[in-house]
Design a protein around this ligand. Structure first.
Ligand SMILES: O=C(O)CCC(=O)C(=O)O
Ligand SMILES: [Fe+2]
Length: 364
């Protein structure tokens, strides 16, 4: 039986959901203490940040890879392949510069996403949805709102851009053109990254593309409002992505932290971030690492970020999926069983952002 306390909580979550105004609605109402549904149990709270801490304490150099080098002949291309291989095996994360996406497009997409969340409340409410299976543009607060221990201090929208993109009129006018343009640019960059990653695995350049890694693209626009009690809640709890890869753009506030050698390292703002997701860790039979990351809540805000996930896990295909055969041998037997994308998707959805790894579930 549900205790009175948990049913009270559920009612509070439901009432919050029904406002359709997300965390921003709470901040706009002028709260100075956060509602209890956002408060994490003590075991999940983060230690307060040290003053002026960069998080990395000068100990680690977050990998930055210059993609322009890849245009300058075979030797440079090989160097980029090598750098990306190294970063994918050790960090599971890297930044890219000279990636071909114009700065104006990056500025405009950040503005477009901010503009969406700052729309007139009545207009914005019209886009509120938890029907992620049917709505191509779904503005919501926490996909796992009803199952999570605490609500995260973050609003988001999810937009599926490939293989079945929304019609332009399904995208809010405030970010319509730029979301379409950004997704084109991200596709182009994604194609190049999958070619490099294929070579980094010792495969033909087209291997990951032929596997369909570029076929599904979903974009999550995040809005992290300023938080009056950041130590009690979190922006995004630690998790690893389900995608093959994710291309992440964060604004100048920064805040993304990556777990590296048991340290939470701040990812400096100002360059595009790429990370390996669970699907590629499985495909590479653990050669590439899907690494946990998180975003603490902050006094400062709003913070905007845009995560572009290459994955097909929301497509209900029956295609079998597991470690790439060409990588397997007697010395390197498969570490994961074969699953269908549908099985993977159902499992991921049910699990939500609960801080456990979803790789173990598929591990042999
Ligand atoms: O907001 C961020 O910087 C990270 C978001 C993220 O990790 C995700 O959407 O998977
Ligand atoms: Fe993520």
């Amino acid at each position: 039986m549900m205790s009175a306390k948990s049913s009270d909580r559920e009612a509070e979550v439901r009432a919050f959901d029904e406002t359709k105004l997300g965390v921003k609605g709470i901040v706009d109402a002028g709260v100075t203490t956060i509602p209890s549904i956002f408060i994490n149990p003590i075991s999940k709270r983060l230690p307060p940040p040290k003053p002026n801490s960069t998080g990395c304490d000068g100990q680690f150099n977050f990998p930055v890879i210059d993609l322009r080098a890849s245009e300058n002949g075979l030797d440079h291309w090989k160097k980029v392949v090598e750098e990306i291989r190294e970063a994918s095996e050790t960090w599971g994360f890297f930044q890219v510069i000279n990636h071909g996406i114009p700065d104006t497009v990056l500025d405009e997409i950040l503005k477009g996403v901010k503009g969406f969340f700052e729309l007139d409340n009545e207009v914005k409410k019209g886009y509120y949805s938890r029907d992620f299976a049917n709505d191509k543009f779904a503005y919501h607060c926490n996909a796992d709102l009803y199952s999570a221990v605490a609500v995260n201090w973050r609003d988001s929208f999810l937009c599926y851009m490939a293989p079945n993109p929304p019609t332009p009129d399904e995208i809010p006018p405030v970010c319509r053109e730029i979301l379409i343009e950004y997704s084109k640019q991200v596709m182009k960059l994604g194609k190049m990254l999958f070619e490099i990653l294929s070579e980094a695995l010792g495969l033909q350049q087209c291997h990951l593309l032929d596997m369909g890694c570029l076929d599904g693209l979903s974009i999550l626009g995040h809005y992290y409002p300023a938080c009056p009690q950041p130590e009690l809640t979190i922006g995004t709890p630690k998790h690893a992505d389900g995608s093959y890869i994710t291309i992440l753009l964060q604004d100048q506030l920064g805040g993304l932290q990556v777990l590296h050698q048991n340290h939470w390292v701040d990812v400096p703002p100002g360059a595009l971030v790429v990370n390996i997701g669970n699907a590629l860790q499985i495909a590479s039979n653990d050669k590439f690492k899907s690494v946990e990351h998180r975003v603490p809540a902050k006094y400062a805000g709003p913070r905007i970020s845009i995560a572009s996930f290459f994955s097909t896990f929301y497509l209900e295909t029956t295609q079998k999926y597991g470690p790439i055969k060409e990588l397997l041998s007697d010395e390197n037997p498969p570490k994961y069983r074969e699953i269908t994308m549908k099985e993977y998707s159902i499992y991921n959805m049910k699990k939500g952002l609960d801080e456990t790894s979803n790789l173990d579930y598929f591990r042999i």
